[in-house]
Design a protein around this ligand. Structure first.
Ligand code: P6P
Length: 342
């Protein structure tokens, strides 16, 4: 009797990275273990976010704790889980997160890898069950792994990332990452088995979509060229011949993930409140830029590739524009023509 199983072959993250390890000489066993440790931290964070939401849903009062306290509690919890995860590997010598004044040494400053991460971005969305995310970049240190790391070694351009990724805690829990020599792969957490399972590989961003994701409430604070570009996008003299759709969720990872899936342009232009831009290069923009470029997209600060920028400090902020190659070319052409007409 032939038994046919309904289950398509599930490929877990561990199976996927072990197979990739065999193909890519630079993908070491320690790297695989580090990625598994990070994703374990993410699973624990996902459980806490879910508990936090359920507590509100099931609570007698409307809000069991003030939103600001919940945000702070979840952010601290997420940072602790990532700290434990990175310490477990014994291969991480330096950790940088969004709330650290200075890089933190792990493993007494010895180990092969430097990890830069935002343990939980977009927590202002928690109040209405919006998407939040963990972003991470892994760098291989240049100095001997048994020597004590000099924290300034962490100031690297995004070009030097060995792995860049994020975990998006949305309607499903999704891990997206890329690594040197690899494409972009999506893994969705199957809660029934507690594993991230391959859902998309070698993802490529569509060449064009008449979509943009920009917080237009800052319009009056933008430069003339960015105001002009917004007017152009919402007019009909653009690539689509009609006003583009605006989609902005206030969570950079969720907004960029949508662009990665359906195409378009994400932007956080500089404004008079944030003249150097708001988003942080090392732990928000670089993992996303690495993924966007590996998927065939483009990521700049309006002038140069984000991945080429060498930050002078760990909390370096930057203007951000990233997305489909034709949408980004449209922005670049607009800026060039705008300057020429002046
Ligand atoms: P604004 C979330 O706090 C965040 O860091 C990013 O995820 C998001 O893109 C940005 O800030 C939103 O900023 O000024 O549009 O509210």
């Amino acid at each position: 009797m032939t038994v046919t199983t309904q289950n398509e072959k599930l490929v877990t993250l561990e199976e996927y990275v072990i197979e990739a390890q065999a193909q890519f000489p630079k993908a070491t066993g320690e790297m695989t273990q580090l990625l598994m440790d990070i994703t374990l931290g993410a699973k624990i964070i996902a459980r806490e976010i879910n508990r936090s939401v359920l507590k509100d849903i099931n609570s007698a009062e409307t809000i069991t704790e003030p939103h600001s306290f919940k945000r702070a509690r979840l952010e601290q919890f997420a940072k602790e889980q990532m700290y434990y995860a990175l310490n477990r590997s014994n291969e991480v010598c330096l950790m940088i997160t969004d709330d650290m004044a200075e890089p933190e040494m792990l493993n007494e400053g010895t180990g092969k890898y430097i990890v830069v991460l935002d343990p939980l971005d977009g927590t202002s969305n928690i109040a209405f069950n919006g998407a939040v995310a963990t972003t991470f970049s892994i760098y291989r240190r240049k100095t001997h792994p048994e020597s004590v790391i000099d924290p300034t070694e962490a100031l690297r351009s995004g070009n030097e990332q060995v792995v860049g990724g994020y975990v998006l805690y949305g309607s499903s829990i999704m891990l997206v990452f890329t690594a040197e020599g690899m494409g972009v792969s999506f893994f969705t957490l199957d809660p029934a088995i507690g594993e991230f399972c391959l859902s998309n590989e070698n993802v490529s961003v569509p060449e064009f979509k008449s979509n943009f994701s920009i917080n237009t409430s800052f319009y009056e604070l933008w430069s003339e060229v960015d105001q002009g570009f917004f007017d152009y996008l919402t007019g009909n003299d653009n690539l689509a011949g009609k006003a583009y759709s605006l989609r902005y969720g206030g969570s950079v990872v969720s907004d960029v993930h949508r662009i990665l899936m359906e195409g378009g342009l994400f932007g956080y232009p500089p404004n008079s409140l944030n003249p150097r831009g708001k988003l942080h290069l090392m732990y928000k923009c670089n993992p996303l830029a690495f993924i966007m470029e590996k998927a065939g997209g483009v990521a700049t600060n309006g002038d140069v590739r984000l991945l080429d920028i060498r930050p002078g400090k760990i909390h370096y902020q930057t203007p951000v524009f990233m997305g489909s190659v034709k949408n980004m070319q449209e922005y670049s052409d607009f800026r060039t023509n705008f300057e020429d007409k002046k």
